[in-house]
Design a protein around this ligand. Structure first.
Ligand SMILES: Cc1cc2nc3c(=O)[nH]c(=O)nc-3n(C[C@H](O)[C@H](O)[C@H](O)COP(=O)(O)O)c2cc1C
Length: 196
């Protein structure tokens, strides 16, 4: 059975720089033998968490907007790739809403003390984080990395490695930086090998 990887695209631009890096990472993971499902989160109709707290005592969310399918996929997957631009020093809103809806996992793990993911599977699950930013300032990735790390803990798929590139307002086209494209491919490949 090939290892399953979910690849989240946070950018709304489906052929932009973030998407290009994600596609390289996916290519690497696939060449390492993984089955990868790409999810274009910015184009999903995902609602934000409304703090209804049904998930305090149950394994589901009260909001019926298709997230159930992703709860199942995130329980089954072996690895996760998140690729996102920095927007207003954080991750884009739709991706944040998607991540916040994993309060269902948070409640299972921290409120009821029984994560959906066994301690054995937590040891092998891994997240690769890819992010780009327009600006060339210190700490531009601080916010997005904190969110990604917190998410990794909540879903028991810990932050493993990263590909980051700032100064995109100057660079403009990531294809002019083949070393970044190669890093995305290689980290995707390494992720796939480690999972396999
Ligand atoms: C709404 C919005 C907010 C942004 N906020 C930031 C920011 O706070 N810091 C930064 O460095 N870049 C910011 N950017 C720039 C993006 O990170 C940059 O343009 C990135 O390359 C976009 O990648 P994409 O075309 O793959 O989506 C912002 C872009 C948009 C559209």
């Amino acid at each position: 059975m090939p290892k399953k990887v979910v690849a989240l695209l946070g950018s709304p631009v489906l052929d932009g720089n973030t998407a290009r890096l994600l596609d390289e990472a996916i290519r690497g993971a696939e060449e390492a033998g993984c089955e990868v499902e790409k999810v274009e989160v910015a184009h999903m109709d995902v609602l934000p968490c409304m703090e209804l707290f049904q998930c305090m005592g149950s394994e589901t969310c009260l909001i019926q907007d298709g997230m159930e399918e992703y709860y199942r996929k995130f329980r089954e997957m072996d690895g996760l790739i998140i690729a996102t631009p920095v927007m207003t020093m954080g991750i884009p809103g739709r991706l944040k809403s998607f991540i916040d809806r994993f309060q269902v996992f948070y409640m299972a793990k921290y409120h009821r003390g029984q994560s959906f993911i066994s301690p054995e599977r937590r040891k092998t699950r891994k997240m690769l984080f890819i992010s780009i930013a327009g600006m060339n300032i210190p700490n531009v990735f601080l916010g997005v990395k904190m969110t990604a790390r917190a998410f990794g803990e909540i879903i028991d798929c810990p932050y493993w490695d990263e590909v980051l590139r700032n100064d995109m307002d100057t660079i403009r086209d990531i294809r002019t930086r083949p070393e970044v494209m190669e890093a995305a491919y290689k980290k995707g490949y390494d992720l796939g090998r480690l999972l396999g």
